[in-house]
Design a protein. Sequence first.
Lengths: 326, 655
Amino acid sequence: MTGAATSTARWAVGRRFDEWILDRVRQKRGTPELPFTLEYRHIYVMPTRFGVWFGILLAVTGLGGLNFNNNMALMLGFILASIAQLTTLLAYRNQLGLTLVGLRAPPVFAGQPAVFKIAIQNPEHRFRFSILAINSLSEDCSDIEPQETVQLELDQETMTRGWQEMEPFRIENRFPLGLFRAWTVIIPRARCLVYPKPDPNPPPLPQTGHGDEGSARPGDGEHLHGLREYRPGDALKNIAWKTSARQQKLYTRLMESPREEACEFNWYLMRGGGVEENLSIMTAWILRAENRQIPYSLEMPGDALPAGLGEEHRDACLKILALFKS
Amino acid sequence: MMNPSRKSTYWVIATLFVAMLPQLTRMSLAVVVLALLPLMWRLLAETRDWQPVPALVRHSATVIALLTLYHSFGNLAGRRAAVSLLTVMLALKLIEAYRVRDSRLIVSFSLFLCATQFLFTQGILMPVYGAATVLVALVSLTQLQRNEAFSSTGETPPVRASIFSEMGFSFRLLGLAIPIGLAFFLLFPRWSSPLWGIPESTLDAKSGLSESMAPGSIQGLFMDDSPAFRAEFENGIPPRFELYWRGPVFWNFDGRTWSGSYFSKNLPAEFMPLEERATSLYRVQLEPNERHWLFSLDYPAVTPPDSRITVDYQILRQKPVTQLLQYSMASNPDFVDSATLPNTLRDAALDLPEEYNPRTRELVRQWQRQGYKGPRLVEHVLEHFTQEPFHYSLDAPLLGRDSIDEFMFDVRTGYCEHYASAFAVMMRMAGIPARIVTGYMGGWYNEMGDYLLVRQSDAHAWTEVWLPDAGWTRVDPTAAVSPMRVAQGSLGALSDPRHLLDFAWLRRIRNGIDIVQERWNERVIGFGAARQSRLLAPLGLDRMSPTLLVTALVAFVALLSVILVPLVFRVKGPRRRDPLQTVWQTFLTRLKSAGFIPRLSSGPMELAHAASRRLPSEAADIQIIADLYNRARYSSRPPDLTTFRDAVRRFHPKK
């Protein structure tokens, strides 16, 4: 029965009630410090829609039993009602004591959903059943073994580059019968770095780098390929003394043999286009250069990175673009 | 491994099946087939991955079902029809229930269906069956909850429990709920009279004696062993030959069928026996039969509530008896019924269709010519039954137009209604007013419970003739033919068993254990506003008002909660311990005893790393075990559990 209807807004009770609760939580509790353990005062218990329906059915049964003095039907109604009532305790207890130990989200490109990873720990010796994390767009679920930690993932839409704050979410469970939900509203302090959206159709890579004909062979050579922090074992002749003096840190020059091309992504050389468009183009270039293993350098107003390759270099460049303020 | 989503569907099917099973016994074969077919289809569809049924087929199936139900019941307003409708609709819903929502609808309505069965029977075994239904429903709902929760992950929820532990979990839940349910049952304020009644048109489960008597109608009841009523006497049970339980009285005869007359149902009794002269005092516990008659020994001296006593001393209740009814009764057997007979009644008691039964007419005329009349004729006719070869038997052939003639001269075999009918007709031919009384004869005395159990099979028909001075006098012609019928009851009078499993010893046992049902009726089914208000009489509270009841209820439930809530908190979920986790815990315990305290938040590899540093001599073993665990838990090709278990078993770190 997977693929149940996914509504865009997963409200617990009703939009207005949820907003009211959110306001209350914001005022009373605010953003919790991690690790954050769910205590009795953080957990609300309310019937689900099915719970309300079940209640109506029980009321009808009970009323019929009462009217016709049908004691068996009445008894059945009372026992079912007691069971329903007991499940509120079970749902509450299934959530009690869970600890929120981590919130993080790897960077994404604008337009992709930001994926927030919520680490929840079960510090106790009992099993936790179907614990859900829910925000307005998505939900995720897992059981939590005794003394284990699981990671639930919540998606969040991203529109613009920069830091995106994590929106409030709920930790919830409807164990055991789905009649009641116990839930905790969390107003998190977590953010996701959103890179600019790569231009789907960027101009060709700028051939403004320093290079000669032939394929590049990183390693020994006469041409500067890039800089990296000094590692023990690097040849002394390759140390970039001037840079090191400036930065108060040793840097090694990476040399390379003659190469086909190297790219220099320079903000000042971007022609025309708005700020965001240019950032998009530069993002696309970085990805393409990385993909083709062409070293690239980045120069932005107030920030610059020498030519380089690799994930770290790419992420550093993209972060500069993401947080660029014109 | 079974697909859990499929597993939950099996549970939903099981819930519906268990809930509908008792209802099926009350339905016609066509409806039973209609209810079971969709169930079977869904079961097969689930095991064999069939495609869902197209909407057109579903809709036509619904139409066919409705038509069949209508054809089977005549209308859909009756209780039986309504319950059948609900059953069939739920079964049809099953073939399109592919979402958690639909499945939950079916499960919750199955519980409702389970409640409706108590409209028909509240036997001692029904609560056990109800509990079983609730258990299965609870497992279904648990499964559905997990399916719903995990639906967002796009995966099926992990299976953690065997059927037994799932049932065990539901069982504990039910066990904890029962005390609170009982408290509500005892203390929740009841209504002393219903706010709305059941319309009589919806009654379609009438049982017991009917409103007319044709040959064979009582014979049919003979096969029915269900209890009709029980009577508990305050001053000893009267002798057996006085145990004639008076029910419907018939005046009109059309040549074949006896029926009541308008006046006998509407005229009130002119004289009532004096209550203080009554010799039998007893309480009757009448099983619901959806009819108006209450039963009493001759002659009723009190009028039960909401009823009236007619001119022929039938007790008619205003509303049909739709649930267990208890009433007190006093009877005076010496009462003279109608010392004088008004002409209208006399005419009614002499009326016979013309031109029927000429041979019997001739026989009666012959007796009259011999000088028999009045009481002497009555005796003579009874002697005729005794002396001629008349038989008391169930195997009476169907009779034709002149049914009395055929019976008196050709067949000479019949059941009590044949004899009563023939006797009444002959009396009327001779000018003696006569009428038919139906009811029950005798009963089985339960010594342990000190009450008389009267079953439907004790149904009987006899005659009353009006004689000057004596008034209406009971004459039981069956007793003349078969004295055993009166002495030992209907079953003792016949030599052949009624069916394959009809043994005397089995009947004795069944009559004996009826006491359980009697007590159940008395204590549970008959519990109502009146009994409730006397509940705390031992504590000195004579009458409990609704306010007092609610106060007591709240206090009691609060008290129960103090006991129950800690118990609820000890309820573990439906889960057998994960074997992998168990072994891993052993490993952690051994590490701990060796002096390494694992941090809870660290993963297995991280933990192994830290443990190796703390216990360098065991580093190799620790790494191997952690790696096995890691792979067992996360790898797509996990190692054998036994390999892992053996590795941990061999692991004995030294401090």
